[in-house]
Structures are given as structure tokens and as C-alpha cells.
Design a protein around this ligand. Structure first.
Ligand code: RIB
Length: 295
């Protein structure tokens, strides 16, 4: 079974700072580094490193060769990545001394999807294949509707949350992977228990994977609810931790693992990712995850 990921590809300009800038403040950074990232690219790389056969569908600008190379060298199929005139997506990321970040996003080529391009990508896939999507590209409601009509399994990470997510019919989604902030933005509820209740009642056929930071993650579908804790590690940079979790979780699902097993491998992989700098380069291989001791 194939998985293809309609997702962003970004250059991340990462600034090391003492603290995250306050409004009106000017602050010198101690270091600036550039990494390949984008929620889409990170999740494709995580899927591939976790052992899945993954096609990335997306758009880069004239400056996109390093993004294409990053996908290719990590085993992501790039035949549905188009190069178009203009600039690739990029971000400006501040990482503070505790490893926490904030991210300013410029969509660039990620927001130039056309319906012709989307339809062309879908023509290469079959009912039963899985389609993964985040909210860093345009026309996400059309992409979800088309995947559903084709009988595909849809995995959706509604991040970052904005009005575009509200236009999507989440009843069509098989796996919704989100954090508690996105859970609150969609459900209006703050407490995890209430968020989970909202999704169970409103989208009963959609399996939810809710990540809760230091409180771990919860999987919920119509028949079960499973919790998994975190692994204690020294946090260096949290960028792409959620993307690593998503890629490893879905790869495990595609391999027929149980939700318990998928949560465990995803939690271990994202725990390793936060001990390293950058987005895509911080994602571990399956071998590393299996051979790391978390005592
Ligand atoms: O989830 C992390 C990613 O979000 C970064 O790589 C950045 O590009 C933003 O898209």
C-alpha cells in the first residue's frame, strides 16, 4: 500500500536566542543556521525513515534543489514534486535556551497548488492507498474531498490551524493527528478529556491521535482509548517533534501494527528528535529508535 503526502517544503532559518522575542523588542541572536523543513517534508522524511514507501506531492521554487535533495537522499519519492517560478516556502524560527520555539511562516511555492496539479497526483493512486495532509498548502478542503471520493484513507494533521481547517469535512478523515492547542481550536474545549469527548461525539468514525506535550499522547477510536507517556530526554529543539511522531505513527499503522505499538514507536522517535537541532535532520532512523535505551 502506498502513502502520498501533499505537503509543504520549507527552508527553516533558525535563530538561537536567550528568550523568544517580545513585541517591539530587538534582540541579538547567538547563532543562525539553515535547515530543510516544512511540516510536509518533515513528515515524508519521518515516514520514509520509519520504513514506509512514501511519495511527496508538493511544489518548490527556483531555489528548491536542496529541498528536493533532502527528500531524495532520505528515500522519499520526488516524482510528484514540481519546480515552479518564484521562491520556495521558508520560515523564521527562534529557538530559546530551553529548546522552545516559535515559527513565522512564508508559504511561497507551497501555496501555488492548482486543481490540475492535485488531480494529476490523485490519478497515480488507488482506492485504499493512504493520503497525508497538513495545513501548510492551499486548497486542503478540495484535496480531502477528492481523496474521499477516490476511496482513499485520509490522515490529516490540521497544523497550523486557521480558517482553511474549518472548511474541511473531518468526517471524511480516517486519522486526525493533532496537539492539544489544535484540539482546543477545533473543539473549543481546553481539557484533553473534553477534547476527546467532542471528537468522539462529532466525528465518531475518525480515529484521533492527540499529543499532549509532557503528558504524552492519546489514541482514540470508536472501540478503544489508549494512552502513552513520554520518555525523559534533554530537550535541545522541539522543532519537528510532532512531524516525527506523525510519520512514525502512520508508518506503524501501514505496517499493520496495533495503536499501542504505533504510539510507542512514535513517542520514542519524537523523544530522540527533540534532543537534536533542526527539523528534517533531527528525525531518527527506525534502527536508531529500536536501539536507543530510554532508561
Ligand atoms: O513542524 C515544524 C515545521 O513547521 C518546521 O520545519 C517549519 O518549516 C514549519 O513548517
Amino acid at each position: 500500500m502506498k502513502i502520498f503526502n501533499f505537503g509543504s517544503l520549507n527552508y527553516d532559518y533558525v535563530y538561537s536566542v536567550d528568550h523568544i522575542l517580545m513585541p517591539g523588542e530587538t534582540l541579538a541572536s547567538s547563532r543562525m543556521e539553515t535547515f530543510c523543513g516544512g511540516k510536509g517534508l518533515n513528515q515524508s522524511v519521518a515516514l520514509a525513515k520509519a520504513g514506509a514507501e512514501v511519495w511527496h506531492a508538493g511544489m518548490v521554487g527556483e531555489d528548491g534543489s536542496t529541498l528536493l535533495d533532502m527528500c531524495g537522499k532520505n528515500g522519499v519519492n520526488t516524482s510528484y514534486i514540481r519546480s515552479i517560478p518564484g521562491k520556495s516556502g521558508h520560515t523564521v524560527i527562534q529557538v530559546d535556551k530551553n529548546g522552545q520555539n516559535n515559527i513565522l511562516l512564508f508559504g511561497g511555492s507551497n501555496r501555488c497548488f492548482t486543481r490540475d496539479f492535485v488531480d494529476e497526483v490523485f490519478s497515480g493512486f488507488e482506492p485504499g492507498d493512504m493520503m497525508l495532509l497538513q495545513n501548510e498548502v492551499n486548497d486542503i478542503d478540495y484535496i480531502i474531498d477528492t481523496a474521499y471520493q477516490k476511496g482513499m484513507r485520509i490522515a490529516f494533521n490540521p497544523s497550523p490551524f486557521d480558517e482553511a481547517v474549518k472548511k474541511c469535512d473531518l468526517n471524511k478523515v480516517s486519522f486526525l493527528l493533532l496537539n492539544e492547542i489544535e484540539g482546543w481550536q477545533i473543539s473549543g474545549a481546553r481539557e484533553p478529556e473534553k477534547i476527546l469527548k467532542y471528537f468522539a461525539e462529532t466525528y465518531p468514525k475518525t480515529a484521533i491521535v492527540l499529543t499532549l506535550g509532557k503528558d504524552g499522547a492519546v489514541y482514540q477510536d470508536g472501540s478503544c482509548r489508549i494512552k502513552h507517556g513520554i520518555y525523559p530526554v534533554k530537550v535541545v529543539d522541539t522543532t519537528a517533534a510532532g512531524d516525527t511522531f506523525t510519520g512514525f505513527f502512520l508508518s506503524a499503522v501501514l505496517q499493520g501494527k496495533t495503536p499501542e505499538e504505533a504510539l510507542e514507536i512514535a513517542s520514542k522517535a519524537s523523544s530522540i528528535a527533540v534532543t537534536r537541532k533542526g527539523a528534517a535532520p533531527s528525525i531518527p532512523t527506525l534502527d536508531e529508535v529500536l536501539h536507543t535505551s530510554f532508561d
